[in-house]
Write a protein that binds this ligand. Sequence first.
Ligand code: F6R
Length: 242
Amino acid sequence: PKVVSVNSPSEAAEKTSNMIAEMLVATPRITLGLATGSTPIPVYQDLVQRHRDGTLSIAEATSFNLDEYLGLAGDHPQSFRAFMDEHLFRLVDMNVSRIHIPDGLATDLDAHTKAYEKAIAAAGGIDIQLLGIGSNGHIAFNEPGSSRTSRTRVVELTSDTIQANSRFFDRAEDVPRQAISMGIGTILEAKRIVLLATGPAKAQAVKDAVQGDANESCPASLLQYHPDVTFVLDAEASSLLQ
Ligand code: F6R
């Protein structure tokens, strides 16, 4: 993978939003793959700022989010849908009918996950997929052990992911134990991938992903099989790279 290391988290976010904004300006009808979590918040802030400045429209784009907690409605404050509404969707000119995120309340999960994959294909595939990385190397909610060919499906969260995500909930017991997540196979079909990682908690996972063997024990290392991946890192997240 290509590695771009900069000093601060804000510089890393700016590099990432530049890549996305340049693609949107060149091809407004693009399909975006989007991520939640703390890391991409400054990326979304930057895209919102460009929209306010009048230099960026996202009106023609289609989007697919990586994942959603199973059992949470889209208007539940801790759902990923609510996160995206708050940090991006409500603040820019995106067309709601072209926004896609798994439905945490879907009842026929097999049909729902298959339809999600079909919708990605019908949109022509994802042109640029934004990713974060878990400190255990997960991408989306593909925890260690997830197969390279996995598709959108229901997944179990590991206890360290539940622990990490409990910061958004009142109590750790409130964190859902399962999620709907794009698979690694789904992610690897995106035409271009940008993984943003900042802070010391990501340094080991970044090292394993970039310089370790490509295998299921570090899901992000499977990105080594993709021809166009860029890791954008701040100094702390890149500190263990040799
Ligand atoms: C988010 C997602 C996760 C996060 C990862 C890092 O949609 O799928 O894989 O990217 O857990 O989260 P933060 O950025 O909060 O450290």
